[in-house]
Design a protein. Structure first.
Length: 231
């Protein structure tokens, strides 16, 4: 993965208010740390950062040039996103050096097609690997070509690029191949699903009715006759 050059500015405002102002200015609040250095708070251009992550993934290597003259290499360690706006809220960046080994989580992609009438269950979408900080792969691949029901793809089956070592247990399941249910099996489960749905609806209806019966009268209204008592 090639490094992406990106500019940054020192950040002097902290806390939620400062972070909001930084984001309103079109920048992402971030912190640089590692190698025993004192954490450095910076602001990254949101558009350029988002474009780099979309292209290179969460392990994109950045060559950061801060306006105070600081120049460093860094990898995203933790990225906080707004799930509704799909924007970046904050980024933790780990300082790295060329030739330095780092351990990171890398996405796993399945290639090929399993045998006919099978289902693929994804057990782990990422695996932990150790690699040169400047040569972290954006993804790993594991083949399921022709896999029959009962097959389990483990971490040991994943193809590793040169210089990349597996940090996860080799027996870790990445994906499992199972037999797809037949039409008869699906039809057989329909009555059970419908019955469970009807029971749930009935229970909800009973609870609603009970709640209505026991509900206090609104202000200015008389309570039901059966609820009145003599003074």
């Amino acid at each position: 993965m090639s490094e992406v050059k990106i500019s940054a500015e020192p950040r002097t405002e902290f806390g939620k208010g400062g972070a909001r102002r930084t984001r309103r200015a079109g920048k992402v609040p971030a912190v640089l740390y590692g190698h025993g250095e004192k954490p450095k708070h910076i602001a990254l251009p949101a558009r350029e950062f988002a474009a780099a992550i979309r292209k290179g993934g969460a392990n994109q290597l950045f060559a950061i040039e801060v306006s105070d003259g600081t120049q460093v290499l860094a990898l995203p360690k933790a990225i906080q996103r707004d799930p509704i706006k799909d924007t970046f809220e904050h980024v933790d960046l780990l300082l790295v050096r060329r030739g330095e080994k780092v351990t990171v989580e890398v996405p796993v992609q399945l290639t090929g097609e399993a045998a006919k009438d099978t289902l693929i269950v994804h057990d782990h979408d990422t695996l932990s690997v150790t690699a040169d900080a400047t040569k972290v792969p954006d993804h790993l691949e594991a083949s399921i070509e022709g896999a029959e029901p009962g097959t389990t793809i483990t971490a040991a089956d994943v193809e590793l690029p040169a210089g990349v070592e597996l940090a996860t247990d080799e027996e870790t399941a990445v994906a499992s191949v199972t037999a797809a249910p037949t039409a008869e099996q699906l039809e057989a489960t329909l009555p059970e699903v419908e019955e469970a749905t009807e029971e749930t609806e009935a229970e909800v209806g009973e609870e609603t009715a009970e709640g209505a019966e026991g509900a206090p009268a609104a202000e200015g209204e008389e309570a039901p006759a059966e609820a009145k008592t003599e003074a």
